[in-house]
Design a protein around this ligand. Sequence first.
Ligand SMILES: *[C@@H]1O[C@H](CO)[C@@H](O)[C@H](O)[C@H]1NC(C)=O
Ligand SMILES: *[C@@H]1O[C@H](CO)[C@@H](O)[C@H](O)[C@H]1NC(C)=O
Ligand SMILES: *[C@@H]1O[C@H](CO)[C@@H](O)[C@H](O)[C@H]1NC(C)=O
Ligand SMILES: *[C@@H]1O[C@H](CO)[C@@H](O)[C@H](O)[C@H]1NC(C)=O
Ligand SMILES: *[C@@H]1O[C@H](CO)[C@@H](O)[C@H](O)[C@H]1NC(C)=O
Ligand SMILES: *[C@@H]1O[C@H](CO)[C@@H](O)[C@H](O)[C@H]1NC(C)=O
Length: 443
Amino acid sequence: MKFFGSAKIFTVLLLLLPAARPAVLHAPRRNPPVNVPGRPFPTNVPGRPIPTSSIPTSSSPTTTSSPTGPSATTEVQRGQTGTLMVLPTQLAAAGLKQIPGKFVAHVIPLALNDAPDPAHPFIAPRPGDQRGPCPAMNTLANHGYISRNGITTFEEVTNGMMEAFNMELHFAAGLAALNFVTRGNTFVNKISIGGVSPLVPPLPGNIDGPVTGGIAKHGRFEGDASISRADAAIGDNRNFQEKVYDLDLVQLSKFGDNGPDGNNTVLNVKTLVEMEKALFNADQTADRQFSFPARRMFAAYGQAAFLMTVFANGTTNQTTLPILNSFFRNETFPPNWFRAASPITGATNAKISSQIAAAIPTLPGRNNAKGVYIADPAPPAPFNSSLPCAGYFDQAANTPSVLQNTTGIFKQNVDLMTGILFGGASANPGCTQFAPPSGPTGV
Ligand SMILES: *[C@@H]1O[C@H](CO)[C@@H](O)[C@H](O)[C@H]1NC(C)=O
Ligand SMILES: *[C@@H]1O[C@H](CO)[C@@H](O)[C@H](O)[C@H]1NC(C)=O
Ligand SMILES: *[C@@H]1O[C@H](CO)[C@@H](O)[C@H](O)[C@H]1NC(C)=O
Ligand SMILES: *[C@@H]1O[C@H](CO)[C@@H](O)[C@H](O)[C@H]1NC(C)=O
Ligand SMILES: *[C@@H]1O[C@H](CO)[C@@H](O)[C@H](O)[C@H]1NC(C)=O
Ligand SMILES: *[C@@H]1O[C@H](CO)[C@@H](O)[C@H](O)[C@H]1NC(C)=O
């Protein structure tokens, strides 16, 4: 059975994979386009135009002028105070920079030159701070690029990804949006980068159950065959797992390029391909409930690509063994590490993730009751047009449908998030249809 038509079409479509596009700009075409430098004006969301006047921008007022009405930025629903989310602006100075950075000679006495940046030192999490399955998020929190308690907002985490990793605005915002609609409180604009926290209330009226999960909660987005965490059904899917990570290092030691830290210490696409195969094989065998649906396959290959894009030393473009160890084991920026020299877009990352997908023939699927891996049925057209489009559809089908039934600022925030996600998906040729949140609640 073929999932996306012929294997050849599949490969070609993947190579055409996308930048996340500016999804908040889904205004009807008759309106003057909101200009984003260097980006094409995107197509409208079919049947779902968002009036330009309702699109929050970072120049919107940040205080409440009235409790209701079009200019309100806060609102009370069911005892919670919601906050209007706002798409940040692309970082203006988005060049090569040492992270976490240092004092510079001309603003401080020479003696302090080369001293660590006082705003972003590594501080290990304190008891009660949330940390989770994503080493990049944990690193941002350990250095104060997002709140050190691991509870963050849409704007803070998007800005943190831009500042520390030089991820391009829409790429960063898309990742934030994905996590918010699945595991955050999109009304009060709070999400835990780990587990359930008293600082992130359930959605108003408990419409998605009595707690908000946090990004560590398995199922909607967090999934199997992780690079450094165990499958939720058979182990710890939240904290670093030496045994899982060792599988990656074995592949690096066989297939990695030679570099300043030794032979076979520099990451390349071949290593990522072999890593993904090894992680899949290990978990498919060990975990009877193993599941690798389209949303998870798309995310897993994308996350593998992050290792070569987001974690690379911006001066060399190389991700070496010590760099990987620093991010995965210590969740800290490596000494003398530089963020990318120019913003990392969705297209930059897709260049690598599409090569991984093209090199691995496995289709999205899951184990049956006997532990045999069975491919999932293909999604309906047009979502069968590519892996990213199938992933987008599957993700929407695992995002609580009650988000469609929201009002006021809650609805405005949901529309901002889902618009950003469609903007990214629709950059893939043929991925022309908006997929509303349509998944079960309380899971
Ligand atoms: C998508 O599904 C439609 C309807 O079943 C089919 O005609 C089309 O060939 C499929 N496209 C791909 C790329 O598989
Ligand atoms: C590294 O690889 C080079 C080229 O294959 C080889 O000449 C060299 O001996 C290797 N170094 C070590 C330490 O294995
Ligand atoms: C790193 O990548 C950037 C962007 O692709 C490129 O401009 C730069 O020349 C590369 N640097 C090295 C040392 O390869
Ligand atoms: C991790 O932290 C420990 C303790 O500070 C240190 O000894 C080690 O070198 C660090 N390793 C990496 C890869 O950063
Ligand atoms: C990044 O590259 C620069 C230039 O080669 C080097 O000085 C620095 O040590 C590298 N950093 C890491 C973490 O590899
Ligand atoms: C939608 O919201 C209304 C008002 O809160 C509620 O009465 C209704 O049950 C909700 N419907 C669904 C499907 O959640």
